[in-house]
Design a protein around this ligand. Structure first.
Ligand code: AMP
Length: 298
């Protein structure tokens, strides 16, 4: 199963992804987590990403795409994966489609987790994440039983640097402007499903797996057929689009060749004329010299 979880910051993508990992035993690939690990590790990539993340802006596409390409080359994704927080804009979605098309492993589905704005803000400000295992809690809605410690592994709970009121506004605006166009993008591919992301975590999860089971169990073949049809159609459109350009290039090439040929012919003719003139002059000179000699003899 290859799926994308789509939703605003705080919609519960991370929480639901972890539950999907436990149920389906496929990895969660969260670009946010990968980037945070790079920042914490102080890698060059992390240093580049840090400023963008702190400001609540998107990290440049080339950084994120490089990271995703590398992650998708690991063996553990062969059985499938859950993409959480990626793609975040249309160019990322197109790059992902191309990457998956190449290995004939198209996405099965994209699930949009819908949550109202006021709920999102409360969720983001109250969010706490385990530094060791990544388990997500919320001090208002789903606190850990052990205060500042993770119920699962006992690790320290941490309030993310970008989960503050200042940055949240920015992140939500960016979601609206850059990420929501993906809703139509996947709807047009016939891959989008919505679920309401409010209520108890387990109830939301039940809705999520109901949708996924329907999508992946009942019509997996149809989905694959559709996505193959889509990529063939895409290729056809690309070829169609490229055709006038190709024709124009061929005409230009032909014109250049004709011009070159004409230039060569002209050059040849000029050389011929020059040789003929030279020959004529030589004959004239010879005749004159002969005449002069004959006159002297007389
Ligand atoms: P998240 O944990 O998904 O909320 O991501 C936290 C931050 O990481 C975002 O606010 C961005 O700065 C950055 N980020 C995560 N995923 C992406 C992505 N796909 N493209 C660009 N930036 C990203």
């Amino acid at each position: 199963m290859r799926i994308v979880l789509l939703g605003a910051p705080g919609s519960g993508k991370g929480t639901q992804s972890q539950k999907l990992v436990d149920k389906y035993h496929i990895p969660q690939i969260s670009t946010g987590n990968l980037l945070r690990a790079a920042v914490t590790g102080g890698s060059p990539l992390g240093k580049q990403a840090k400023g963008f993340m702190e400001a609540g802006q998107l990290v440049p596409d080339h950084i994120v795409l490089g990271m995703i390409e590398e992650r998708l080359s690991h063996k553990d994704v062969r059985k499938g994966f859950i993409l959480d927080g990626f793609p975040r804009n249309i160019p990322q979605a197109q790059a992902l489609d191309e990457l998956l098309d190449k290995v004939h492993q198209p996405l099965d589905a994209t699930i949009l987790i819908d949550v109202d704005l006021d709920v999102l803000i409360q969720r983001i400000t109250g969010r706490r994440t385990c530094l060791s295992c990544g388990q997500v809690y919320n001090i208002y809605t789903s606190p850990s039983r052990l205060d500042d410690r993770c119920d699962k592994c006992g690790g320290d709970l941490h309030h993310r640097m970008d989960d503050n009121e200042e940055t949240i506004g920015n992140r939500l605006r960016i979601y609206e402007a850059q990420t929501t166009p993906l809703i139509n993008y996947y709807r047009q591919q016939g891959k989008l499903k919505n679920i309401q992301g409010v209520g108890e975590i387990d109830d939301i999860f039940t809705k999520l797996i109901t949708v996924l089971d329907r999508l992946t169990n009942i019509k997996p073949e149809k989905q694959r057929e559709e996505s193959t049809k889509m990529s063939t159609a895409k290729k056809k459109t690309a070829t169609k689009k490229a055709a006038p350009k190709k024709k124009a290039a061929a005409t230009k090439k032909k014109a250049v060749a004709t011009k070159k040929k004409a230039a060569v012919t002209k050059k040849k003719a000029a050389a011929k004329k020059k040789t003929a003139t030279k020959k004529k002059a030589a004959v004239k000179k010879k005749t004159a010299t002969k005449k002069k000699a004959a006159a002297k003899k007389k």
